[in-house]
Design a protein around this ligand. Structure first.
Ligand code: ZN
Ligand code: ZN
Length: 69
């Protein structure tokens, strides 16, 4: 029986963006990166500092850090 040479832990991040060099562990993450992030300005900006984010959820996570618990 033939065995496929499956990817091991060391080459998980083998989906490289040829534009910016970021690596992803699967094809879907890479293609969504290319579609949403790569070479584009962030869509969501923090009201309290100059940081920008590509996803609203990331912005929300960031925003709470401005408020001490
Ligand atoms: Zn990229
Ligand atoms: Zn901020």
């Amino acid at each position: 029986m033939k065995r496929l040479n499956v990817a091991r832990t060391e080459d998980i991040r083998r989906f490289l963006c040829n534009t910016c060099g970021r690596s992803y562990k699967n094809k879907r993450s890479l293609s969504s990166h290319k579609k949403i992030e790569c070479g584009k300005p962030p869509r969501y900006y923090c009201n309290l500092c100059p940081r920008g984010f590509f996803y609203k959820s990331k912005l929300m996570l960031h925003t709470v850090q401005h408020y001490p618990v």
